[in-house]
Design a protein around this ligand. Sequence first.
Ligand code: MLT
Length: 312
Amino acid sequence: SVAPFAAAKAQDFPSRNVTMIVPFAAGGPTDTVARLIAESMSRSLGQQVVVENVGGAGGTRGAGQVAKAAPDGYTILLHHIGQATSATLYRKLPYNVLTDFEEVGLVTDVPMTMIGKSTLEPKDAAALIAYVKEKKDGVIYGNAGVGSASHLCGMLFMSAIGTPMTTVPYQGTGPAMNDLVGGQIDLMCDQTTNTTGQIKAGKVKAYGVTTPNRLKSLPDIPTFKEGALPGFEIAVWHGLYAPKGTPKVTIDKLNAALLTALQDPKVIARFADLGTEPVALERATPEVHEKFLAAEVAKWKPVIEQAGVFAD
Ligand code: MLT
C-alpha cells in the first residue's frame, strides 16, 4: 500500500519549498502577517516558505485551492476570521470549512480601524454616522469581497447604524487602500496591519478603533465603544491550515515552526508597530485552533443570517 511510502515521505518533510497561500492580494494585512510568519518559518524549517497570493471571492478561492491540495504539508493556508464567516456567507462553497482542513494553530488577533478618504467631510465618528445615515448608498465603502474581514466589519457597521452603503469589492484591502488614499472610494474598515502607516502619514482619516481598548500604536484614535457605537466590536484573528489528511508528524513540524515564529523578536516587534501581537502560545495549537474555528462558525452564523447578507 502507499501508507509506508507516505509515512517515509512525511518523515523527511520538508525536503523542498512550502507554499503558503494568502487568499487576498499582495500588500494587504493578511499578506503582511503571512510574510512575517513565512520568513521566520523558512529559517526554522530549513526550506523556503513561499507566499502565494490567490485572491477572489472574499478569500474562498484561495482557501478552496488549499482544501483541494495534496495533503503533504507543502501547501498551507494563512487565513483569518473569514474562514469562519464564509461557512455561512457562502451556501454553495466547494469545500467544507470544518472538515476539509487540518488546523495548525492560531497566529494573531488584529484590531480594525474605520478610515475615510482624507477629504471626507465628517470630522469624527459621531459625525460620520450622521453623514452615512443621510447619504446612505451615496457613500462608497471598499472591501475585499464577501467573506473578507473588511466586509464583515462593514456589515456590522451598517447593521449597527441601520443604513446601507454602496460597497465595492477588491481582491484585497491592499488595492482598496490605494483607491481610498486616491479618493476613489470614501470609507473602509480594515486591519491595523494595513492602516497604521497610512493613518500616521495623514493619508487617511481615522474615525475609530473596533476593539474595546485604545491601541498603544494609535493612542489618539477613540474606540467605538467609548461613545459613537458601543456595540460595534470586531477583531480579526488569523490561523494556519493544511489540507485534511496531512500526516500528524507534518502538522507537528509546521506547528513547531509556527510557535518559533510567534516567539521571534523580529515578528513580535513588527506586529507591535502594526497594532497587534502574537496569540498566547497555548492558543497556537491544532487542538485549540480547531475548537476555536468551530466556535467562531457557530458564533457568526446567526449574526450573518440576521443581517441577511449572503454571497450566493
Ligand atoms: C480583509 O478585508 O479580509 C483583509 O483585509 C483582506 C486583505 O488582507 O487584503
